[in-house]
Design a protein around this ligand. Structure first.
Ligand code: NAP
Length: 251
């Protein structure tokens, strides 16, 4: 396959593990330079090492330790990305957390942690990248939501609200900036193998599998391929959409 992202610069939040790391590797293999945001510096440095063999001499991969729920820290990290890479053509808002609990038992901390990491982070990142993208009349923004934002899940009112919020945010921003050549889309993964789903018990996994026509969890690379499509020129007339990648779970 031809390289689809040659000379492109991509910022991926939560690019150090699971789905974000798979997107980073896929984008690197397709010629993009990368800025990865995450909290754990050791993991960040490790990912940079792992990606090196997949890079051509004109590609860079950088890691910035930053909490994307923190507006000021995110603003200053994005400024550093612009000074190191010169531009951001693709933004992938992938960083996310869960703090599951029944609403009756949910603490304000659990609510705030999930809403601030998963949803406020979009406000923190998008606000800063859209001005230069508008000037350049091009850009791709990809927000990693979840099927849970479309159908809900008991014990996840905070997570479902954050992911449904991402979808509303995506559709609204797509309408605001579509005329400037910028697309804004969501991917809604079903259940994908990662640290986030590793904590599920065998009984929970068995119950889940019954709801998935393809009878397996997804691989992070299968989300990365959807992200590659939305990041490349192949999707140039697609905006404001939610691409569900879930083995048929909610079809
Ligand atoms: P994961 O393995 O738990 O990885 C989460 C990533 O987000 C890590 O790189 C982590 O960095 C980063 N992160 C978390 N909080 C952050 C913060 N405040 N600031 C910066 N980075 C932060 O999760 P995953 O399964 O790959 O999920 C990735 C995205 O897909 C999430 O938005 C998740 O909601 C969504 N999703 C996942 C599934 C699934 O089944 N796995 C399904 C639907 C949607 P550190 O390593 O530094 O903590």
């Amino acid at each position: 396959m031809d390289k689809l992202l040659s000379n492109k610069k991509a910022l991926i939040t939560g690019g150090t593990r699971g789905i974000g790391k798979a997107i980073a590797r896929c984008f690197a293999e397709h010629g993009a330079s990368l800025a990865l945001f995450g909290i754990n510096e050791v993991r960040g440095k490790q990912v940079i090492k792992e990606l090196q063999p997949h890079l051509e001499s004109d590609q860079k991969v950088l890691f910035f330790p930053v909490d994307v729920s923190d507006s000021k820290a995110t603003m200053s990290a994005i400024a550093k990305v612009y000074s190191e890479l010169g531009q951001i053509d693709i933004l992938v808002n992938n960083a996310g957390v869960t703090r599951d609990n029944l609403l009756m038992k949910m603490s304000e901390e659990e609510w705030d942690k999930v809403l601030n990491t998963n949803l406020k982070s979009l406000f923190n990142t998008c606000r800063q990248v859209i001005r230069p993208m508008m000037k350049g009349r091009s850009g791709k923004i990809i927000n990693i939501a979840s099927v849970v934002g479309l159908i809900g899940n008991p014990g996840q009112t905070n997570y479902a609200a954050s992911k449904a919020g991402m979808i509303g945010f995506t559709k609204s921003l797509a309408k605001e900036i579509g005329s400037r050549g910028i697309s804004v889309n969501c991917i809604a993964p079903g259940f994908i193998k990662s640290d986030m789903t590793e904590v599920l018990s065998d009984i929970q996994k068995e119950t889940l599998l019954k709801q998935i026509p393809m009878k397996r969890l997804g691989e992070p690379e299968e989300i990365a391929h959807a992200a590659l499509y939305l990041a490349s020129t192949l999707s140039n007339y697609v905006t404001g959409q939610v691409l569900t990648v879930d083995g048929g779970m909610i079809c």
